[in-house]
Write a protein that binds this ligand. Structure first.
Ligand SMILES: [Fe+2]
Ligand SMILES: [Fe+2]
Length: 153
């Protein structure tokens, strides 16, 4: 079975690539940047839904760490990320390409956020003494079954 840290890390990389491509073309090519942003936004919202609705609750219930643990910080950062996504979305919808500052901010927040998840949070799911194989398989099942209306907006 694939490791959670591998699966989620791969998705971070895929999203990084989309954001990089978007940041590169947004000033000069609105035609190309629009669909790129939509793909990135939908993908990031899906990724966050996997974390908040599948992974974090399992971590929290097993460790007993709710508001005092890493997931509360991650949720707070997701809030900031969603706000930035919303702001960029409005600009793009209005055909305004001057989002260099917002795009840079989003990139910076994501860098620190993803690193913390990859170093602190995801490895917990792959440790031998945390979950059973069955519980781990259930995580992948729940991730695969996430209904699109939970992240497509
Ligand atoms: Fe996250
Ligand atoms: Fe993540």
């Amino acid at each position: 079975m694939e490791k959670i840290s591998e699966f989620m890390g791969k998705d971070h990389r895929r999203l990084d690539g989309l954001l990089k491509e978007f940041n590169m073309v947004v000033k000069s090519d609105m035609q190309r940047s629009k669909p790129l942003f939509h793909k990135f936004r939908a993908g990031l919202q899906r990724h966050i839904a996997w974390e908040e609705e599948v992974l974090f609750p399992v971590f929290e219930s097993h460790t007993g760490m709710f508001s005092d643990g890493p997931t509360s910080i991650m949720r707070m950062e997701h809030h900031i990320i969603r706000e930035l996504l919303g702001k960029i979305h409005l600009k793009i919808a209005a055909g305004q390409g001057n989002i260099t500052e917002l795009g840079g901010k989003l990139k910076a927040v994501l860098e620190g956020h993803d690193k913390k998840e990859e170093m602190v949070l995801y490895p917990w799911f792959d440790r031998e003494n945390t979950l059973t194989e069955e519980e781990r398989a259930d995580l992948f099942k729940d991730i695969g079954n996430m209904p699109p209306e939970r992240y497509n907006s």
